[in-house]
Design a protein around this ligand. Structure first.
Ligand code: KG4
Ligand code: ZN
Length: 359
């Protein structure tokens, strides 16, 4: 069985083909960074227009790369939300129209479910149940995943998402869009962890919610003081490093609490911010201390991509959860409202990996 996945919720057009038995067959991505960089952030109208130009050539590329034709496809999955409505509509219209022409099902996929399942694209996929930490540009969530498709939100950000905090802090440090990876690169230019101690927001609170807006204000104060002292150029890398440490530490504390609360010892970390090396290593250390396991996607599948949509689409397809003929997109769409999936929805390719892992 082959599913084509189309992602167009924000500023990357991603297309991929997932094979139930063999796993990922091909994937391709077009990033809009150069278009939006000059405006310092994503311009929704320009995003939609660029997706229109990219989606068909990318579908041609992945079918050629996987050595299949459109008539070999069994279903077409597309990101139906959450995301920018104009951008979502491009992928949804293309996928729905193509599926109609081929007389196969179109599968609406939740973007955050895609992120959450992305570590299953790896050769050592996680097995259920687990606690998931989703850290992207728009969301920061801790989720108890008791079984495939069963998502109980344990906590989330009450203000900025982790990725948003990275992007805004990067802007304060004069870095161009997209800020997260640029801030990481600056921190790695010899940033000293002991130079500043920024707050670890809400780690003393017993709940599992996050708040990153105050951290940004602390960074702003540090930037202003350092500019007044005339030491800003030397301090920038230190500020970036100490900000990264504060976010990593906060995530570690909350993940530990969530694992205790859920009585689980497997952590899955997904979303754009999970590409960050300091965060990956802090969470890896936490799970080593707990004698538990942690799973990430490879870095290119942490940020938006078509592979995660093709995989999540395959699971919904195997469960018989198809979309109807309507083109329905949801700019807002709570993850906890998704229908549960049976164990049989897990692709054979993932099961084969888990068996090898357990053997
Ligand atoms: O998951 P994603 O690609 O898109 C959304 O669904 O939002 O996440 C994008 C976010 C951006 O805020 C970006 O700055 C952040 O992930 N990000 C990073 C890194 N790579 C991407 N943040 C910190 N370090 C990184 N290496
Ligand atoms: Zn995303």
């Amino acid at each position: 069985m082959l599913v084509l996945g189309v992602e167009s919720s924000c500023d990357e057009t991603g297309v991929a083909i997932y094979d139930d038995k063999l796993g990922l067959r091909a994937h391709a991505l077009h990033t809009q960074i150069p278009i939006h960089a000059q405006y310092g952030g994503v311009v929704p109208e320009l995003a939609g227009r660029d997706h229109i130009k990219r989606v068909v050539p990318l579908i041609r590329k992945v079918t050629a790369d996987a050595n299949v034709t459109l008539s070999d496809l069994d279903a077409i999955a597309y990101t139906a939300g959450p995301g920018l409505i104009g951008a979502l509509l491009v992928g949804a219209m293309e996928a729905r129209a193509l599926a109609f022409a081929l007389n196969i099902p179109a599968i609406p996929v939740h973007h955050m479910e895609g992120h959450l399942l992305a570590p299953m694209l790896e050769s050592e996929p996680p097995s259920f149940p687990f606690v998931a930490l989703l850290v992207s540009g728009g969301h920061t969530m801790l989720i108890k995943v008791s079984a495939p498709g069963s998502y109980e939100i344990l906590g989330e950000s009450v203000d900025d998402a982790a990725g948003e905090a990275f992007d805004k802090t990067a802007k304060l440090l004069g870095l161009p869009y997209p800020g997260g990876p640029k801030l990481e690169a600056l921190a790695n230019e010899g940033g000293d962890s002991s130079a500043y101690h920024f707050p670890r927001p809400m780690i003393d609170r017993p709940n599992l919610d996050f708040s990153f807006a105050g951290l940004k204000t602390s960074v702003l104060n540090a930037v202003n003081k350092s500019k007044e002292a005339g030491t800003y150029e030397q301090d920038r890398a230190n500020i970036a490093k100490c900000f990264e440490d504060a976010v990593a530490d906060t995530l570690v504390h909350k993940c530990e609490r969530a694992l205790k609360q859920a009585q689980m010892n497997t952590l899955v970390v997904a979303g754009g911010v999970s590409a960050n090396s300091a965060i990956r290593s802090a969470l890896t250390d936490l799970m080593a201390l707990r004698h538990g396991r942690v799973f990430f996607a490879r870095r290119e599948f942490c940020t938006d991509n078509g592979a995660m949509i093709a995989l999540a689409g395959m699971m919904r397809f195997k469960a018989g959860q198809y979309g109807n003929l309507e083109v329905n997109v949801h700019p807002r769409w709570p993850l906890a409202t998704l229908a549960p999936l049976p164990e049989s929805a897990i692709p054979e390719a993932c099961q084969a990996c888990s068996e090898r892992q357990g053997a």
